[in-house]
Design a binder for this molecule. Structure first.
Ligand code: AHR
Length: 318
């Protein structure tokens, strides 16, 4: 009787061991719903995620929403239907995510937000949000400008190229920038419009700003480098010198911005790192191992004025 009991126990343990070994060996599947390919930043972000998934041995299901929220929602629903282990996405805009996030929660699939946040009352709908502090980036851009123009009595007329309407970086960068200049009356935002984070739109909107305000414009604040690069083309076409006649302040720190800084056409780029892939894969693995993640993981970033561009350029990874 005792022998039979012992043999059964051994068999059960062996089965349990095999079972957990299979579970440990099972490849984790991550569904990632990307915004699109609107900027140099986004291309680097996608590359970072794909490379990191590969290196971590994670099976990545990747979807490109072409800047449309409805496409991202469709992709997330498809990931739920496919029963992926984890869903991650970078929400194109802040609002309108509750229904699909509730569906993921009901299916017991954890969701990680990367790069951009959502605006929801129920923060149990996602596990963590990893990415930059966009308000701080806006503050950094304004602080650079305030310091650069401290001896200029003003008025200093600023035109602003905003990012995608309703997106976290557009809302927060504007907020941070305005927070710094609001009690300094010499700074005035005379025009502000979206350029949707793209070069083409940045150029088009800057052309309209130049038509309306011409030489009155002293500063361009662009919510990303791509729009600043598009705007530089418009400024040159209008016979003005970007970086001199108009100071250009932008955000991201992509290689294209460093090249523009080295050419003296862009004055400063506040860093926003797209290299979130390794951090995301580590978080996915931790989650699957049953660890608790911090609710907010903030990326560490710097500020690069044009004087530092040539020295920094060889170190840039995106
Ligand atoms: O969400 C990050 C922003 O999105 C980057 O600043 C911009 O370039 C991108 O398209």
């Amino acid at each position: 009787m005792n022998r039979l009991y012992a043999v059964t126990l051994v068999m059960i343990s062996a089965l349990a061991l095999t079972g957990s070994a299979v579970r440990a060996d099972k490849k984790i599947t991550l569904g990632f719903a990307q915004i699109g390919a609107e900027s140099e930043w986004r291309t680097a972000n996608t590359k970072s995620i794909k490379e990191a998934a590969d290196a971590a041995g994670i099976n990545l299901k990747f979807s490109d929403a072409q800047q449309k929220q409805e496409n991202q929602i469709k992709a997330i629903r498809a990931f739920i239907a496919q029963k992926v282990d984890v869903i991650a996405f970078s929400p194109v805009v802040e609002t309108g995510w509750e229904p699909v996030l509730k569906e993921a929660k009901a299916a017991k699939i954890p969701v990680i937000l990367t790069d951009r946040a959502v605006n929801t009352k129920d923060d149990s709908l996602y596990v963590t949000f990893m990415g930059s502090d966009f308000v701080e980036e806006g503050r950094r851009a304004a602080n650079w400008l305030v310091d650069k123009t401290k001896d200029n009595p003003g008025p200093i007329n600023i035109v602003e190229l905003q990012g995608t309407v309703g997106s976290a970086p557009a809302i927060d960068r504007k907020k941070g920038f305005e927070e710094i200049i609001k009690d300094k009356p010499k700074y005035k935002i005379i025009r502000s419009q979206t350029g949707d984070f793209t070069r083409a739109k940045g150029k088009e909107v800057m052309e309209a700003f130049l038509k309306a305000e011409g030489k009155k414009i002293n500063v361009l604040f662009a919510h990303n480098d791509d729009m600043a690069i598009g705007a530089i083309q418009a400024i040159e076409a209008a016979g003005m010198k970007p970086g001199k006649d108009i100071l250009i302040v932008s955000i991201d720190g992509v290689k294209g911005a460093f090249q523009a800084m080295m050419a003296g056409k862009l004055n400063v780029s506040v860093e926003c790192s797209p290299l979130l892939g390794p951090q995301l894969m580590a978080a996915v693995k931790d989650l699957m191992a049953g660890k608790t993640l911090p609710k907010r993981i903030v990326t560490t970033e710097g500020v690069f004025p044009m004087e530092t561009a040539a020295k920094e350029f060889p170190n840039r990874k995106y």
